[in-house]
Write a protein that binds this ligand. Structure first.
Ligand code: NDP
Length: 289
């Protein structure tokens, strides 16, 4: 059973170590990648996420700039900060930790980020670039899933990929990425009829729903690869995925656990986007000179 598990923690550590080397190289060429992290309010989960991102920056050698704003800060002040960061040459990536307090329009804030610094990949320009296959930042969780599949030697081309969930941050972008890798993609959501029958046809299943153990053992085709994005906090405090892990591992050829699967890859890919952003700047400078 052990060798069926895709170890996201191990793979994310490999990615981070590779990035460390790239950052050393960039530093030697005069550029220190910089990530600005904007946190509004005191949401405890957001504070934990921001803390993990800063820790990863420190490990890799990325300079992190932290901006903590009180819950009652105005939308105008947040937009002014984004504008300052857009023009700051030491900042190569801007991350606004979501969710924002209700009085701040999330879309307006995301739209204000310069797409060349949109390392979270949530700007409509980044999303559009993904759809048309142009250069742009890919949001971190979907990018992490592709990395997990590739590093586990899963061939996506021609495979039937069933994505359960159609959110803007996971379901839609991962579907586009699987399509780019020449998968045959089916998207399912809460109105899908006969979910089990569709999932049963999948060679690769991506579950991004937010419902604990929605994907059961009887929905799995023998040999399927299962990527569980779900992170559901149960009443007993434990984290649980969208997949019934114990029942599905029997039939799966590969499966991600929760925790320790997709989760660690999200931060690693954020770091990757930040390094890409700094490296692009270096390339532009070389071309300009
Ligand atoms: P959303 O709530 O934004 O989207 C959930 C999607 O699941 C919707 O498209 C919804 O359909 C669909 N859905 C809900 N119930 C069912 C059902 N019974 N059958 C089929 N489809 C259903 O969630 P996110 O995409 O943001 O997150 C999904 C999960 O992934 C969550 O557990 C979240 O915590 C986790 N997550 C983990 C990350 C990580 O780094 N590991 C990062 C991001 C998310 P409809 O559109 O019709 O409403």
């Amino acid at each position: 059973m052990e060798n069926k598990i895709i170890d996201g923690k191990h793979i994310s550590d490999l990615v981070k170590d590779e990035l460390k080397v790239k950052v050393e190289d960039l530093k030697a060429k005069g550029i220190t990648p910089g990530l600005a992290v904007v946190l509004v309010g005191d949401n405890p989960a957001s504070k934990i996420y921001v803390g993990s991102k800063k820790k990863a920056c420190q490990y890799i050698g990325i300079k992190s700039f932290s901006y903590e704003m009180p819950n009652e800060v105005s939308e105008k002040e947040v937009l002014e900060l984004i504008d300052t960061l857009n023009h700051d040459p030491a900042v190569h990536g801007i991350l606004v930790q979501l969710p924002l307090p209700a009085h701040i329009d999330e879309q307006k804030v995301l739209l204000a980020i310069d797409p060349s610094k949109d390392v979270d990949g949530f700007h409509p320009m980044s999303v559009g670039s993904l759809v048309v296959g142009a250069e742009g930042f890919v949001s971190c969780t979907p990018a992490g899933i592709i990395e997990l599949l590739k590093r586990s030697n899963v061939d996506i081309e021609g495979k039937h990929c069933v994505v359960v969930g159609r959110s803007n941050i996971v379901g839609k972008p991962i579907s586009m990425l699987l399509l780019k890798e020449h998968g045959t993609v089916t998207m399912c959501h809460s109105r899908t009829k006969n979910l089990g029958d569709i999932v049963k046809q999948a060679d690769i299943i991506i579950a991004a729903v937010g419902v604990p153990k929605l994907i059961t053992g009887d929905m799995i085709k023998e040999g399927a690869v299962i990527i569980d994005v779900g992170m559901n906090r149960l009443d007993n405090g434990k984290l649980c995925g969208d997949v019934d892990f114990d029942a599905c591992i029997e039939k799966a050829s590969l499966i991600t656990p929760v925790p320790g699967g997709v989760g660690p890859m999200t931060i690693a890919m954020l770091m990757n986007n930040c390094v890409i952003s700094a490296a692009r700047l270096l390339e532009e400078n070389i071309i300009d000179n």
